[in-house]
Design a protein around this ligand. Structure first.
Ligand SMILES: Cc1ncc(COP(=O)(O)O)c(C=O)c1O
Length: 354
């Protein structure tokens, strides 16, 4: 029988119960069931945020990029990978779920060019549907979305999804693994298998699954996934989202947003576009590249003194220019470090929130 004693007994036996003490619970009488929207604040986060702001940002300033911020998307992605059954180099923390969803839908459609059907469900999370509609509008009428209906507003059977697949035309199946309205969980393996048999790719939105139920992306051979970190991962408001691209798809899939942090060399290559003339002050940025050969280091000094001369002309004290060169050098070190990273980093856009 379900009564208060039964509930208290279950609480006493719950192996997760001690974790309650890890969270800020200001109002013990509130039964907070909105973790699906914003998880509670973990006590340890308060000190971590304070440290990040006061010590890292406050004291280290731009040097923070070279002291752990730059590789945070991969480092934290590797931790999330453990929660969703993926390899450490298949998950990247960046941007919002919506942005990541957009990037991966475009990547999937490009990888299946010639196919035009997108299969999703009628009760999917609104942002996913809006983004699909926007992409179809931008790409043209030959693309079309099939919304699989729910008979009861709660569940959609695997058969209904499979029946909707057009084996000649389907490019992408995309579903929110745990449905946001009902908590219904799709059969990831069966749907992924069926989509692959039809020649389509699959993109799972894990926003309501990660940190809440077991997820086995690799075991299910899932192609792409996205998810947020502010619900059951308790990342806090504004915490960046994550994306997953299966390892063997990373080289061929294309990020449609070609921002600087998605490049192998976020700064160096881009600036070459503008640095045709040696008189161009931007060309100095090459001069401070930390992996420049010796002969180029001399020209770096020459460029530095040219900059000093120019700075004197406009009345700037020399040390300002030296400081600027120092900052660029620190930043170039970060970028060189980033350049060594694997294909997945191409799916970063521009947000590198630590
Ligand atoms: C299933 C699902 N997908 C996507 C989003 C949108 O996330 P974001 O605001 O990070 O774009 C949410 C937000 O709650 C969600 O629940």
């Amino acid at each position: 029988m379900l009564d208060l004693d039964y509930a208290l007994e279950q609480d006493r036996r719950d192996p997760l119960a001690p974790f309650r003490a890890e969270f800020v619970i200001d109002d013990p009488d509130t039964i907070y069931l909105d973790g699906n929207s914003l998880g509670r604040l973990p006590k340890r986060t308060i000190a971590r945020l304070q440290e990040a702001v006061e010590q890292q940002w406050g004291k280290r300033m731009v040097r923070g990029w070279g002291e752990g911020w730059m590789d945070a998307p991969q480092r934290i992605g590797a931790k999330i990978a453990q929660l969703i059954g993926a390899q450490s180099d298949e998950v990247l923390v960046a941007d919002s779920t919506s942005t990541n969803f957009y990037k991966l839908v475009c990547a999937a459609l490009d990888a299946r060019s010639g196919r035009h059907q997108i299969v999703t469900e009628i009760v999917n999370f609104p942002t996913d549907a809006y983004i699909l509609q926007g992409i179809v509008r931008a790409r043209g009428d030959h693309y079309h979305i099939t919304y699989v209906d729910s008979q009861d507003g709660i569940t959609i059977s695997t058969d209904a999804i499979v029946d909707a697949l057009n084996a000649k035309d389907c490019a992408l199946v995309t579903l929110t693994h745990t449905a946001f309205k009902s908590g219904y969980v799709y059969d990831m393996r069966a749907i992924t298998d069926a989509a692959h048999r039809a020649g389509a790719l699959v993109l799972w939105d894990l926003s309501h699954s990660v940190g809440s139920i077991p997820v086995h992306l690799n075991d299910c051979n899932a192609d792409f996934a996205v998810g947020c970190t502010y619900k059951y991962l308790n990342g806090g408001p504004g915490a960046p989202a994550f994306l997953y691209v299966r390892r063997d798809l990373q080289a061929q899939a294309m990020n449609p947003i070609q921002g600087w942090f998605g490049q192998r060399e976020p700064i160096c290559n881009g600036l070459e576009l503008y640095s045709g003339s040696r008189a161009d002050p931007l060309s100095r940025w090459h001069a401070v590249h930390p992996i420049a050969p010796r002969s180029r280091r001399r020209s770096r000094l020459a460029a530095g003194s040219r900059y000093d001369a120019a700075a004197r002309k406009i009345g700037c004290p020399n040390r300002v220019s030296h400081r600027a060169v120092g900052c660029v050098a620190a930043s170039a070190r970060c970028h060189a470090q980033f350049a060594a990273q694997r294909e997945l980093s191409r799916f970063a856009h521009f947000t590198r929130t630590p």
